[in-house]
Ligand binder design. Structure first.
Ligand code: HEM
Length: 133
């Protein structure tokens, strides 16, 4: 499509980082880490981590301006409430972020985009803590 001169093109963060494929790579790599983590793995109720990987990918796509498939399936995210059944203490937080750091690194995003993504994940992980210690 031809874009008239003077038109400001705005892209969502979702688009800037490469769209769905990027978020799927992120979630896949993250859950590969979780699968081998002796603290986190037992927290995930399902035998198969595939559905959890799908939920995380869809949530992150939606959060960053992509399709709203997550909410079509799951309703309002209410993430703190959804994490209430799990013991999210400092150790779980640290383990979660460690696997997420590895997953973010694997994307090899431009520095400014990587920083935006990482800063959000750090903030979100901190806000998910529901158990002292
Ligand atoms: C801080 C440490 C965290 C731990 C230990 C943790 C653990 C878990 C566990 C055990 C589940 C249930 C598995 C499932 O049914 O999907 C879950 C679900 C989920 N988590 Fe986390 N989580 C953490 C942080 C986060 C953060 C920071 C985000 C978002 C940025 C997030 C996003 C999600 C999403 C979207 C789901 C699926 C919710 C649903 O639709 O049911 N989690 N998490």
């Amino acid at each position: 499509m031809e874009i008239p001169r003077g038109t400001v093109q705005t892209q969502t963060f979702f688009e800037q980082v490469g769209g769905e494929e990027t978020f799927r790579r992120l979630a896949k790599r993250f859950y590969e880490g979780v699968a081998g983590d002796e603290l986190l793995r037992p927290m995930y109720p399902e035998e198969d981590l595939g559905p959890a990987e799908e939920r995380l990918a869809l949530f992150l796509m939606q959060y960053w301006g992509g399709p709203r498939t997550y909410s079509d399936h799951r309703g309002h995210p209410r993430l703190r409430m959804r994490h209430a059944p799990f013991r999210v203490d400092r150790a779980a937080h640290d383990a979660w972020l460690r696997h997420m750091r590895d997953a973010v690194d694997s994307l090899e995003l431009p520095g400014d985009l990587e920083k935006q993504l990482w800063d959000y994940l750090v903030y979100a992980a901190n806000s998910m803590i529901n158990t002292p210690g």
